[in-house]
Write a protein that binds this ligand. Structure first.
Ligand code: UDP
Ligand code: MG
Length: 244
């Protein structure tokens, strides 16, 4: 158990070279925490940043008692950062948002009320503020993934999600899994809820994903998902004398 066990909800924020976003993140998360429907803490996962992000994160965690961080020894990509955050979270619910503030933490309050009836609640980026190429490639990728996984999800990449932590911890993790979170929750017969959330342009720092890594690997991962779906192990424990 770690300090996140004292909260209901841990907001995991993966960070890779986002030095120009850290103070703005601090401000918006500071404003949100007192308003959060569930008592929440922030967990920055510094994914081996090579800029000043780690120093700034430490500074922010010093002056905010509900802010925590962990640093990965080397860069592992968004899926690895998310896994590290989910592995560390000891609260009943775990959330995720990106460090670039293209979504706002305020909209977690649109997602949280549904957790009573769903195992994952995720945003759909309404009026997406990305480039034409990014929007188009995302549309194509979403369409193909939906066809292959039958997850019925409109916008799997939306960087605003909340998941029941016990379900999140059972997700089969692999590089690229961050695009399949709802489909992977479905494997456990979890229920998915999608809610429109606001979307903003990236105002500072740079996008790390481009056309190639947005289309090719996810395309192959769809086949891996189909395989996994056939082979996934679901079991329910009946009587036992471990938990008296
Ligand atoms: N990120 C990460 N490790 C990486 C690449 C990205 O933790 O190797 C983080 C990044 O800092 C951001 C999120 O993942 O918080 C999404 O990245 P980005 O905004 O660059 O992706 P895009 O929204 O353009 O697809
Ligand atoms: Mg982004």
């Amino acid at each position: 158990m770690n300090k996140s066990a004292n909260y209901y909800f841990t907001i995991v924020v993966p960070v890779y070279n986002e030095e120009d976003n850290i103070y703005a993140l601090e401000k918006s998360l500071q404003a949100f925490l007192p308003k959060s429907l569930y008592p929440a803490c922030v967990l920055f996962v510094n994914d081996g940043s090579k800029d000043n992000s780690e120093k700034l994160i430490k500074e922010v965690c010093e002056r905010n008692s509900d802010f925590f961080y962990l640093s990965l020894k080397r860069n592992g990509g968004l899926s690895a950062a998310m896994k590290a955050g989910i592995d560390a979270a000891c609260s009943p619910y775990v959330g995720y948002m990106d460090a670039d503030l293209q979504t706002t933490p305020e909209d977690f309050n649109l997602l949280l009320p549904h957790l009573k009836d769903y195992e994952i609640v995720m945003g759909i980026r309404a009026n997406r503020k990305d480039s034409f190429v990014k929007n188009l490639s995302s549309k194509i990728a979403n369409g193909f993934r939906r066809f292959m996984t039958k997850d019925g999800v409109a916008d799997t990449g939306c960087p605003l999600k909340v998941i029941r932590t016990d379900y999140a911890k059972r997700i089969p993790f692999f590089t690229g899994m961050h695009r399949f979170l709802p489909a992977l929750i479905l494997l456990q017969n979890g229920r998915i809820k999608q809610v429109p959330v606001r979307h903003f342009p990236r105002v500072a720092g740079q996008s790390k994903y481009h056309l190639w890594n947005r289309l090719v690997s996810p395309f192959m991962d769809c086949f891996a998902y189909r395989w996994m779906k056939k082979r996934y192990i679901n079991y329910e424990v009946g009587e036992n004398n471990l938990n008296e």
